[in-house]
Write a new protein. Sequence first.
Length: 478
Amino acid sequence: MSIWNGESTKVSTADFKGIKLTGGFSGGLYYYPTGYQSAQSKFFMARKRLKLERSKYKRNLSDIRAIPLMTSVGVAPTSGLGKSSSHAAGVDTLPEEMNDMKIGDDKEVEATVVDGNGTETGHIIVTTIGGQNGQPKQTISYMAERVVGHGSFGVVFQAKCLETGETVAIKKVLQDKRYKNRELQTMRLLDHPNVVSLKHCFFSTTEKDELYLNLVLEYVPETVHRVIKHYNKLSQRMLLIYVKLYTYQIFRALSYIHRGVGVCHRDIKPQNLLVNPHTHQVKLCDFGSAKVLVKGEPNISYICSRYYRAPELIFGATEYTTAIDIWSVGCVLAELILGQPLFPGESGVDQLVEIIKVLGTPTREEIKCMNPNYTEFKFPQIKAHPWHKIFHKHMPPEAVDLVSRLLQYSPSLRCTALDALTHPFFDELCDPNTRLPNGRSLPPLFNFKPHELKGVPIETLLKLIPEHARKQCPFLGL
């Protein structure tokens, strides 16, 4: 059994066994709300067409030679999977950083759980907000209505504020009493229309003296993941206007956190992209894996959900950049177009195989760009699969071009989030006459704030903000 590309060049997956990979990561913030309503679109079986393309690639992952990839620190053994050292496993938690994150005596307010054990729906949580910087303390109560997500991180439930009637999402995670929570520290830095907002937080305890951090977040009822599933159930493809809208707003969020805050999300995927089904505004959520990347400081490569994991992470790079988020968005964009993941690897090894089947075998130079410490180059030579054979023949060339600019082996060759915002694929969104299929206006797209555009050249600003929207940014003087 073998896999082969469109030019009938056969390659055995036996050449890939034993690769030391970063493994899978399934944790994350999941929302599972009720159904999604959309405008009708023409019948399009993207799933079936992609499966026909993939049927050319027969897999057999048995009886194969070992090619080592990198562990988090150093080179993997030349055969077998090897074992990561404790240092490698903890490379992302540097002593200086953790000292800065230690919890002091000025802990957040604790909550009283009334009528329930704190995890089941129907219980009431009473806590206080304010009391700092001269603000008066205020008691606030939440009724937990239903669990909308859970995972290795903890649980997320939908709740209603009894005082105001506002619906919120509360993410409850087990907290190490010695340290502050990085997600909380990150979210306190963020303020953007395309990033889910943190309202406040509190700690709660259990009878076993376990400490839990509760993040009270704005509630957004849908995810891009569920929108994709909705179209698949109808055997339809997503309307291109929605593909553009969702992708543009993802890039706005990333441009903000990358340039304005210096944060890398490290887990971009459809499940972490919230959507308001009425306005189609998109918000990036789940900063549980996010981190400020500092040049010269190592990071774990065992990060990001498998289908959306950048190849440099698979090659074990520890000094990567925010370009890993850009790769992930390229995977999301392709999935919006196709209706299913572009690189559906069944394991860490298979993930690399899936990428190579589309992009071809990386060159020696590309491998060095992904991880300069990697020295094994014994990969079977596979030609790249033409993008036009992967996407529908009626797909605009601008869409294919953008995907190709995002899914580059070399991180430095991927366009930045800011550059992507000015790509011709999004020109339709700049037209003041563009409307949603139901006739409603588009969500706000050009309401940039000064910190988002700091240091952006004037020629880029003129491309970025259409003339009719420049009055929203008077600080630019355009």
